[in-house]
Each structure stands twice: as C-alpha cells, then as structure tokens.
Design a protein around this ligand. Structure first.
Ligand SMILES: CC1=C(/C=C/C(C)=C/C=C/C(C)=C/C=O)C(C)(C)CCC1
Ligand SMILES: [Fe+2]
Length: 360
C-alpha cells in the first residue's frame, strides 16, 4: 500500500519535483502566508471603524481567488502524484465521491444543522492541520514530523489555531457566524450552541490549545535534527496564534483560507504536475499559474453551480451579505468533506499519511 520510498515523500522517483521547484514553492508559501498575517494584523487596527459587512470582503474574494478553486483540481492530483495519466475512470471515482459524500453531508445540514456545523468545525480543523503538516514536512523540510505522535499533534495545533483561537478571543462574532449558517436551515436551532461560548469552556479551550502548542513544539524540538525547519515551524505557529487572537475572525479566516491554506495546496498540486513543476523550477511562475487556472476552471464553475443549487434549496434564503457568505461557507463545508478524502489519498500516494510512516 505504501511505497518503500515513503520517508522521503517519494524522493528519487520521477514523480518527485526537482529540488528547485520545491524551494520556489516553499518561498511562495512563506510569502503569501506572511502577506495574510501582516495584512490581517495591519487591517485589524482599523477594523473597529469598518462596518462588519466589509470584513466579509476577503472571504468573498476567495470564491474566485485561490479559495474555491484550490479543490477544483481534485480529479487530477492523485493520478498525477502516482505518475499516472488521469483517466475517465479516475474522474468518475472523484465525481462519485463528491456526489455521495458531499451529498450525504448536505442532507445532514438540512436535517440537523447544529450537528452539521460542529462537524464542519472539526473537519476544517483536521483538514487545515493536514495541509500544514504537508507544508512543514515537504516545503519546510521538517523531517521531525515523521511518525504518528508529532504529526498528529501538529495536525491538531495547526488546525486548532484557526478553528479554536477565534472561539476564545471573539466568541460574539463566532456565535453570529454559527447562527447565520445554522439559520439558513433552522433559525432557532443555533441556541443549542450557547454552552460552547461560556467563559469556562473558552478557558478550557485556551488551556488545551496552549498545551497542544507547547507539547507539539517541544516534541518536535527533541526530534529535530536541524534547527532551521523547527524554527520556521515555531515562527509560523506563534504567528498564527497571534493573528487569530487579534484579528476579528471573519477577516482572519478571509485572509487565512485563500492565502495560507489554499495557496499551499495549490503549490502542492503544481509540484505533482510535471509541466507546472518544471515551470516553477525554471522560475516561470506564470506558466505554472496558468496551468493551475486552466485545470481548475471547469470544476470551479461546477462548485459555483453547487452554491447556486444550495441558494435555491435552503429553507431560509439569504437576504443580506452575512447570509450570502453563510451560504458560501455551507457550500465550502459540503465540498470540503470529499476534498479531505482526496487530500488524504494524496497524502497516502506521496507516503505522507501519518499512520503509514514507520519511524517513531
Ligand atoms: C468564517 C468564520 C468561521 C468558520 C470558518 C470555516 C469553518 C471555514 C472553513 C473553510 C473550509 C473548510 C475551506 C476549505 O478548505 C468561524 C471559525 C466559525 C469563526 C467566525 C468566522
Ligand atoms: Fe483544502
């Protein structure tokens, strides 16, 4: 099931991008990440005077820029990573997966929106954590994440920061967003979430996230052979904690989702695409980007059709900007569950699945 070269994520076979492509991707991921964090921090100093509706702007832009498109090449990535040509069958498998898993989860939103919302937070936590484990291991070269314990802790830390720090720091806005998502299906139901916004629960969450950060970074420190990747991990982790503790969450997620999570995944898809990877290695970012845009365009349109379908089907159609963005988030939720399956298969194909590594 797992190839023998799994430790080095496929090093030495011809599906592996050249080292210079990987380094260029790493630099781009740091650049966009720093942009997200610094822009968010800079803007958040002005945010008190900016109407809430404008805080939704970056999230709205992510519909077309990076966010929604980042999953729109899911039908191509696994065959490409395995050095196979995508076939009609592989398209059908991914299409069927989206239909069955996404469809079933959409039904949960209609029948039990509070359960669906909590699931959304948990799935996002695992998925964003999973994405950052890839980035730390492959882009930053953090070999210390091989093995179940350090990788799982880093998943929880990197995904827990965007999903849980805002709950501690901005419970009011968190509750408003939760209400607007759940309210598309059942306006009264969100009251069931009230306990999670209580001070004692938030204190527990804060202590838990703090312990995970300290535990995870100390374990990684002990396992790191060289200090540099670990230091980069520390800077990113603490930078994200500060970012989500200070920047109001709608704005924060609006910067993080496209410019951090999505950009990193898009770079990953470029590295498994021979043409884009060679272009990156040659410094031809335009060609690499064009390949991605071309590959992602059809299913980005498909995702917009899902958004349109949901707009028609939800019992309480959106009437204002926050509700439209709530609808977008529900659409993301439904598309993300099958996307997580594809990314997990990609992890497995690249020998990065935490429970398939043999060391540690
Ligand atoms: C906007 C927002 C929230 C939730 C955002 C989520 C859960 C986004 C998920 C996006 C995904 C899964 C993208 C695909 O990779 C919170 C945390 C409730 C806090 C208030 C602002
Ligand atoms: Fe993703």
């Amino acid at each position: 099931m797992v190839r023998s070269d799994s430790h080095s994520a496929g090093a030495g076979d011809d599906t592996e991008p050249t080292e210079s492509a990987r380094r260029r991707a790493a630099r781009a991921s740091y650049g966009f990440g720093a942009l997200a964090v610094l822009a968010g921090l800079a803007l958040s100093t002005l945010v008190d005077s900016v109407p809430l509706a404008y805080q939704y702007l970056p999230l709205a832009v992510s519909v077309l820029a990076f966010g929604l498109p980042h999953g729109a090449v899911d039908h191509l990535v696994v065959p490409r990573a395995a050095n196979r040509r995508p076939t009609a069958r592989s398209f059908a498998v991914v299409g069927g997966l989206y239909l069955v898993v996404g469809g079933a989860y959409a039904v949960v939103w209609f029948l039990a929106p509070v359960v669906a919302f909590v699931l959304f937070i948990l799935v996002t936590l695992l998925h964003w954590g999973q994405g950052d484990v890839y980035a730390v291991r492959v882009l930053t070269g953090g070999c210390y994440l091989e093995g179940l314990a350090p990788a799982s802790l880093t998943v929880l830390v990197r995904g827990g920061i965007p999903m849980l720090v805002p709950l501690v720091a901005f419970p009011g806005q968190y509750a408003v967003v939760a209400e607007s998502l759940v309210g598309l299906f059942d306006p009264g139901a969100a009251a069931a979430l009230e306990p999670i916004f209580q001070p004692t629960v938030r204190l527990g969450v804060a202590v838990g996230v703090g312990a995970l950060v300290v535990g995870s970074l100390s374990l990684s420190y002990r396992r790191a052979e060289t200090l540099e990747p670990w230091l980069a991990d520390v800077v990113e982790t603490l930078g994200l904690v500060g970012f989500f503790a200070v920047v109001p969450p709608i704005l924060a997620i609006g910067f993080y989702f496209p410019l951090w999570h999505s950009v990193r995944h898009i770079l990953r898809t470029m590295l498994v695409d021979d043409v884009a990877s060679e272009a990156l290695a040659a410094g031809n970012d335009r060609l690499a980007s064009w390949r991605f845009v071309r590959d992602a365009a059809p299913l980005t349109a498909g995702a917009l059709a899902v958004l349109g379908g949901l707009a028609v089907l939800v019992p309480y159609a959106p009437t204002n900007v926050p509700d439209v963005l709530a609808l977008y988030l529900v659409c993301l939720a439904v598309l993300t569950l099958p996307h997580v399956v594809v990314v997990t298969l990609l992890d497995r194909t690249q020998g990065l699945l935490v429970w398939s590594t043999t060391s540690g």
